[in-house]
Design a protein around this ligand. Structure first.
Ligand code: PLP
Length: 419
């Protein structure tokens, strides 16, 4: 049981002493959630426009989620992959249908996005074996923190303390020309993050996926798309690759498909489905009855309630609302569906996040000049109106502080407008 007598100061001390230091100070202590709202240990309510970084697709404590967790926990939680369970097979069939794999598709279940990408890395190695030692990935893309997924992550500062990386990965810019310039028949796979979330919510250029699909196919390389953040309807399609009507060889998913329950998966298409053979990969927890029952219920609710369409419509509404605030601090918005980046004119994103929290709004800053918005897919007019009011207030707080600084002759350097 949690210690209910803790004070604000003491939980921060406990966190600093007892939790791994790879995360900074925790920003709040949350004790309850409902819909798009969170409550902290002092009873203060927050509008949650981060949703656990694009995880809580149905918001907090959604009845479909609660029912699935409790009913499946009471029935059967875990039996290992020596055995099948109905929920595992149901979720695999649903993911194949939603991804459009057809009969040829197969699903590997893990417990996180990084694990899904680890499986995808092994898939790439199995494809072509030593004849195809090269793997291509995109500069600035993020694929996870485990050693394999980190090797695929195009951020040298993240890799540096853990060198040497798993070999064979080369990074290229996100243009078809950059791919064309380096690809040959020794490339096993191209890994793509369709909206670079950690890099500042940067969507790939329009037409990029169609172009690289053609180039990778011509050279016999797999096209593997990391849908960990973009999947489960967040971008206004079930998966971001569907905006371009292509057929990848594999996608990885996690985050939003579990709605808060840890699960990840690799979904393969066509011949890529035949690469794994017995003994080549596995996970004790992966695909257990409880996780798959919950994810199946979450996806069922997203389908039933039309939340993919809602993500598309509400995403546009959120961006219009940000524009309508008319703040000098906002350079523009970008993104797909309900994965929105708000570009700032000054490197004050951390100050905006702090001010937003003080006004009762949770958002996130992937870098100094971007605010990331990834609310539950369930949001409607009420939440968006409240977001606009709170975010406008946060921007005004930071703007006022900047004006004061300017008055003190310490003008900050404006950043460039977003591409
Ligand atoms: N891939 C992408 C695109 C992500 O955004 C993330 C997490 O932020 C990951 C992979 C890693 O997922 P996880 O943190 O569940 O391991």
């Amino acid at each position: 049981m949690a210690d209910q007598t803790r004070t604000a100061a003491s939980w921060q001390d406990d966190a600093r002493r007892d939790l791994v230091r790879s995360f900074g100070d925790r920003m709040a202590m949350f004790v309850r959630g409902e819909g798009a709202y969170l409550w902290d240990d002092e009873g203060t309510r927050y509008l949650d426009f981060l949703a656990g970084i694009a995880v809580d697709s149905l918001g907090h404590a959604h009845p479909a989620f609660v029912e699935a967790v409790s009913a499946q926990a009471a029935r059967l939680a875990h039996v290992s992959n020596y055995f099948a369970t109905p929920s595992q097979l149901a979720l695999a069939a649903r993911l194949k249908r939603l991804a459009g794999t057809g009969e040829s598709g197969r699903v590997y279940f893990g417990n996180s996005g990084a694990e899904a990408n680890e499986a995808a890395f092994k898939l790439a190695r199995l494809h072509g074996g030593t004849d195809r030692p090269r793997i291509l990935a995109l500069t600035d893309a993020f694929h996870g923190r485990t050693m394999g997924s980190l090797a695929l992550t195009g951020k040298p500062w993240m890799q540096e303390p853990f060198l040497p990386m798993a070999g064979g990965v080369e990074f290229i810019d996100s243009t078809a020309e950059a791919l064309e310039a380096v690809i040959d028949d020794r490339v096993a796979a191209l890994f793509v993050e369709p909206v670079k979330g950690e890099a500042g919510v940067l969507p790939l250029p329009e037409g990029y996926l169609r172009a690289v699909r053609e180039i990778t196919r011509r050279h016999g390389a797999l096209l593997i798309i990391d849908e960990v953040q973009t999947g489960a309807g967040r971008t206004g399609e079930w998966f971001a690759f569907q905006h371009e009507g292509i057929r990848p060889d594999a996608i990885t998913v996690a985050k939003g498909i579990g709605g808060g329950f840890p699960i990840g998966a690799l979904i393969t298409f066509d011949e890529a489905s035949e690469l794994f053979y017995p003994g080549t990969h596995g996970s004790t927890f992966g695909g257990n009855a409880l996780a798959t029952a919950v994810a199946d219920a979450v996806l069922d609710e997203i389908e039933r309630a039309g939340l993919v369409e809602n993500a598309r419509v509400r995403g546009a509404q959120v961006r219009d609302a940000v524009d309508a605030i008319g703040s000098d601090l906002v350079a523009g918005t970008r993104g797909l569906g309900l994965l929105v980046g708000i570009a700032l004119t000054h490197p004050v994103a951390k100050a905006v996040v702090t001010a937003a929290q003080q006004h009762g709004l949770i958002v996130n800053a992937p870098n100094d000049t971007t605010i990331r918005i990834a609310p539950p897919l369930t949001i409607g007019d009420v939440e968006i109106d409240e977001f606009a009011r709170l975010f406008g207030a946060a921007l005004a707080t930071v703007s006022d502080a900047l004006l004061l600084e300017n008055a003190d002759d310490a003008a900050p350097t404006p950043t460039e407008a977003p591409a």
